[in-house]
Design a protein around this ligand. Structure first.
Ligand code: BV8
Length: 251
């Protein structure tokens, strides 16, 4: 990571009217939250997350899927935001116009102080009736439930409660996706952080930004599907690169 690259990134942030940030699981890696492509640890090593994060898996074995999410909720609860999360919160605090669009279902951006976060794939902390019996989404507060079932039953209709996340094959929340498209079309800089770029429609957002003449900066130790579309690449962990870039921008 050379100083010239850092200064370029800092200048691009300085010149940008609207900064969009797209984060993926890599942004939470240094917080100890396993990414989607990492082999899952221990009990879950035998499973493929892309097979578990589906409505079919939940219909087939609701208990297994519920317990996988309970395990992940625990990982997130034990995790702390990392320096990359804090640097993005600082950027939002000091720059006029910054929006974070995340594929992640953890709340580490919020816990680091980010205020305007679009969750494309829902939130691990949220739960809803899997029949959305009171209208979509029928959110359910687990702490208010007496039912200790695994998964618990919806207090309104008795159907199984599910995590309020977007599974493969499910549509993304309309409002969140529309706003993400709008921001990608109108930003003049997009930071693409910690995503393999494999999952759509999230992975189309940097392409849309590029087509709208935005500059693209990627931060990822590896190459991703999006690397060929980016103007500047930091092949280092986001917890290292982001604080350096934000510090240079503030200097
Ligand atoms: C939809 C929530 C349509 C749940 C997630 C073929 C068949 C069937 C479907 C499809 C198909 N082809 C395409 C599709 C569509 C499908 C899809 O994209 N599939 C992929 C697998 C090919 N998409 C969907 O199904 C979406 N819905 O299209 O609906 C529709 C429309 C109308 C009506 C009905 C339907 C829904 C997609 C959302 C799925 N849910 N999460 C949960 O979390 O349990 S996605 C899940 O994957 C996570 O959210 C995560 O974000 C994402 C994985 O992507 P990444 O974030 O990029 O993470 P990954 O591990 O891949 O990469 C990490 C990166 O970080 C790596 O590059 C690594 O190098 C880097 N890294 C590591 N350490 C660091 C780092 N970077 C920086 N710093 C570090 N320290």
């Amino acid at each position: 990571m050379d100083d010239a690259q850092i200064l370029t990134a800092a200048n691009w942030i300085r010149q940008a009217r609207q900064v969009a940030v797209l984060t993926g699981a890599g942004a939470s890696k240094e917080s100890g939250v396993p990414t989607f492509r990492d082999a899952l640890e221990g009990l879950w090593a035998q499973y493929d997350p892309a097979q578990l994060a589906t409505p079919e898996a939940f219909a087939r074995d609701p208990k297994l899927v519920w317990e996988w999410y309970a395990w992940r909720r625990d990982k997130v609860r034990q995790a702390q935001p990392n320096p990359g999360h804090y640097a993005l919160a600082e950027l939002e605090r000091l720059h006029t116009n910054v929006v974070i669009i995340t594929q992640n279902v953890d709340d580490l951006h919020e816990r680091a102080g980010s205020g305007d976060v679009i969750h494309l794939h829902g939130r691990l902390a949220g739960n809803r009736c899997s029949a959305d019996c009171q209208g979509a989404p029928t959110l359910v507060d687990l702490t208010a439930l007496e039912d200790e079932g695994v998964p618990p039953a919806c207090p309104h209709c008795g159907t199984a409660v599910r995590p309020d996340v977007v599974w493969f094959g499910e549509a993304l929340p309309h409002a969140a996706l529309q706003r993400a498209y709008h921001i990608s079309q109108h930003c003049d800089l997009m930071l693409v952080i910690g995503t393999s770029g494999l999952v759509t429609p999230a992975a189309t957002l940097p392409i849309i930004a590029r087509q709208s003449d935005a500059r693209l900066i990627e931060i990822n130790p590896d190459d991703s599907m999006l690397t060929p579309h980016t103007h500047l690449k930091f092949s280092v962990p986001s917890g290292i690169a982001l604080p350096r870039i934000i510090e240079a921008w503030q200097a």
